[in-house]
Design a protein around this ligand. Structure first.
Ligand code: SME
Length: 159
């Protein structure tokens, strides 16, 4: 996808995401709607989901709302896989080719690339947005900038 096309897609969906965030829906329903909007409107966002930090066990992520095929990875320890590394390092991870990763948890052989962004509350990782693609090198800094905006909107409703 060329840069301009991407930006057009992002500009189309951002107002919808803003509306959802200011609606009276529960946080769970808001996250579910964000998953559906991203998966249905952005090409090759093939699995979109949230992992949320376990409030009883703060070094563990639990699968939250998602759109796409079910995954066996319903609990992930900090440090484990791309999601666990992003939580531990508190950084966005962009993986161009998952087959080259040594610390990676595979959900499906179809997945070729992935992006994971932490979502913060009071300076600690509250959860993560995780997106898989069936295309290699699907995610770049333009995706990351847009998705960081999405995560900031979520942070504004969970803080
Ligand atoms: N691939 C992730 C696991 C989550 S699934 O993509 C839904 C990881 O390596 O942490």
């Amino acid at each position: 996808m060329v840069e301009l096309e991407k930006i057009e897609y992002f500009n189309q969906v951002l107002p919808d995401i803003e509306k959802i965030m200011t609606s009276k829906l529960s946080i769970e329903d808001k996250l579910k709607m964000v998953c559906l909007i991203l998966k249905e409107n952005i090409p090759h966002y093939d699995w979109v989901g949230f992992y949320l930090t376990n409030q009883q066990k703060k070094d563990e992520l639990i699968l939250g709302p998602f759109a796409g095929d079910p995954t066996e990875h319903v609990k992930i320890m900090f440090g484990q896989g791309i999601c666990g590394q992003a939580a531990q390092k508190q950084e966005t991870f962009i993986i161009e080719d998952v087959s080259k990763e040594t610390n990676y948890l595979s959900c499906s052989a179809n997945v070729k690339s992935e992006i994971v962004l932490p979502i913060f509350k009071d300076g600690i990782v509250w959860g993560e947005l995780d997106i898989d693609s069936h295309e290699l090198i699907r995610f770049d800094e333009i995706d990351a900038d847009f998705l960081e905006k999405v995560c900031q909107k979520i942070e504004s409703v969970v803080s």
